[in-house]
Design a protein around this ligand. Sequence first.
Ligand code: NDP
Length: 312
Amino acid sequence: MLVLDAAATASALDYPALIAGLREMFAAGVTAPLRHAHGLSRTGEPDATLLMMPAWMGDGSHGGVKIVNVVPGNAARGLAAVTASYLLFDETTGAHVALFDGAALTGRRTAAASALAASYLARADARTLLVVGAGHIGSEMPDAYRAVLPIDRVLVWNPTPTRAGRLVDDLRGRGIDAEARSDLEAAVGEADVISCATLSTAPLVRGDWLKPGQHLDLVGSFTPEMREADDRAVTRSRVFIDGPAAAIESGDIKGPMASGALKEIAGTLYDLCGGRVEGRRSAADVTMFKSVGLAVEDLAAARVALAARRQD
Ligand SMILES: NC(=O)C1=CN([C@@H]2O[C@H](COP(=O)(O)OP(=O)(O)OC[C@H]3O[C@@H](n4cnc5c(N)ncnc54)[C@H](OP(=O)(O)O)[C@@H]3O)[C@@H](O)[C@H]2O)C=CC1
């Protein structure tokens, strides 16, 4: 069985190939049951969680499962709270084919899904990307977006400025025009695409700041209590989601639905990639994409990484 660590998993996931793989998979559709979440209780420890996200092609080729252990008690041991792996199997024989680092796979496929959505929803002439949240996922966004749009300027806002500075230094070191920003409202005003990947529980991006033609990408909120944008941002936008789970899990969709601010979801990534729903309709549209992450994306990424390794 092929076993790839974090660095090898990331280097097998080149963005153009990964985005193409996701597009193909969303258009074809796969079987992906609701993910499992199990509480693991131990005396004297905060509760841990075991998450499992399975998916299979249904054509005899591949299936896979992501296994994620979230152990808050690891903080006291000086260990990471999250451990994740992705196991790819042969759907016909059941043979286990490859094991990938789950965090690296997730970081890449999440940014790739945002870029894929933007390929339908952002203006084709979008040049300035604002990254809100310079963590693991946010740091992936510039390369992912540059694979689908003519992005030649990256602005970075982060609650802790030193972390924004680190991402800016990395981008500049690779010849990309990048600047850190401390005033989020002013930075939104300069951007064509705004991509948020934070743990925020209060809206960061305000709808009153948005301008015609902008695309807003929201990655962070995965519980009803988490928000990255306010209700006004939703009322100003045509709203798309990765899949139906976003409407159940994320405060950025659930909140505006409950308040009546969100009357209609325009479509999912399945609809966009399958050609069933029109993406951007005019240069002045404001568009929004909210993702929570799907097993189909993990499976697509694992297959792309396997193909890349077989070509080596
Ligand atoms: N949609 C999807 O498919 C996926 C979504 N995610 C989600 O994306 C988000 C980012 O993940 P990841 O990059 O791995 O996490 P990281 O821990 O690497 O980065 C977290 C980021 O959030 C910022 N942040 C933390 N607390 C707050 C707050 N209260 N308000 C505003 N910003 C805050 C951090 O700022 P600072 O540096 O100052 O601490 C940092 O920029 C998470 O919510 C994660 O669950 C993850 C995987 C897939």
